[in-house]
Design a protein around this ligand. Structure first.
Ligand SMILES: [Zn+2]
Length: 303
């Protein structure tokens, strides 16, 4: 059998795509579960008659393992709806393997990227949302889907559950410092938009990777990115060679270790993260999403 391959071209990926890891499922309330493959994390919801699944995990095998875990947690309830948090294949690339007949909900900008990308296994959305806030009511479940503007990826939707005071925001703030290269983060407005979600009054925070955490760690995550942004800029003043990993790691970690050294992964990731961030300031941002008016992004460019 040949697996859906996203945009991979090498035949050598087949075993990687097929692997079905053990999944860890934990209840967050009587209607919300969180599931992880050991690194990636998402949530699914129990509706009256069906399941609403967020994202798909990042390979066909992981999507099948996700479906099997849902079936054993909520037997007899089919996955009627899949909600994409953003366009990235490592989170939302394999609905064809998770639930090929489900309604697929996504932000309109995300839908445009998916349509153009044509990745194998990434089903196009069947229902698109627009605007900053959508009140959803699906199969007896009420919750908010929020897109505060470009944060990470395209059309990133966060979910808020008022009854549980719970926020799920995939691939944005992490519960640690393991940001690596910060791929496809839109730094011009990232922290501002993420801090805006604090207005929701959530207490529990489910990130798109690693462990479930809380509001205080979310706030510390915002503080951390902001502090790396400031410390990275100062590399110019101190003549640090901004393309040298060890030099940037040494410069930024010395400034931030006291305040943020307790974040898991700080020492291993600070060099790469700060090289990525300092180039944002060197170049002025990457494209229209990194301007003060990102809402203009691709507004009418794709039907
Ligand atoms: Zn992502």
């Amino acid at each position: 059998m040949t697996e859906n391959r996203g945009i991979f071209t090498s035949e050598k990926l087949q075993n990687h795509l097929a692997e079905e890891p053990e999944m860890q499922v934990d209840a967050l309330s009587d209607r919300i579960w969180t599931i992880s493959d050991g690194v990636y994390r998402t949530i699914f919801l129990a509706g009256d008659n069906s399941v609403i699944a967020f994202d798909t995990f990042g390979t066909p095998g992981r999507a099948r393992a996700y479906r099997a875990a849902i079936e054993s947690t909520l037997p007899g309830k089919p996955i009627s709806t899949v909600i994409y948090t953003h366009d990235h294949l490592d989170h939302a690339g394999f609905a064809a393997d998770l639930a090929p007949d489900a309604e697929i909900v996504a932000d309109e900008m995300n839908a445009k990227v998916i349509k153009l990308r044509q990745a194998e296994g990434q089903l196009p959305p069947t229902r698109t949302l627009s605007g900053h806030e959508n009140a959803m009511s699906i199969d007896g479940l009420d919750f908010l889907l929020l897109n505060p503007g470009p944060t990470h990826g395209t059309g990133n939707l966060s979910a808020y559950f008022a009854e549980e005071k719970l926020l799920f925001s995939s691939d944005t703030i992490l519960p640690n410092a393991r940001y690596g290269l910060l791929p496809d983060y839109h730094l011009a407005n990232f922290v501002k938009f993420m801090r805006g979600l604090l207005d929701l009054g959530f207490e529990a925070f489910v990130p798109g990777r690693y462990e479930v955490t809380d509001r205080a760690r979310f706030e510390k995550g915002c503080d951390y990115i902001e502090a790396v942004q400031v410390a990275s800029q100062e590399a110019f003043v101190e003549m640090v060679p901004i393309w040298v990993m060890d030099a940037m790691a040494g410069h930024v970690s010395a400034k931030l270790r006291e305040r943020f050294g307790d974040l898991d992964g700080f020492e291993e990731h600070i060099g790469l993260t700060s090289i990525r961030i300092v180039h944002h300031y060197l170049m002025g941002g990457w494209g229209q999403e990194d301007t003060p008016t990102p809402a203009l992004l691709l507004a009418d460019a794709v039907d």
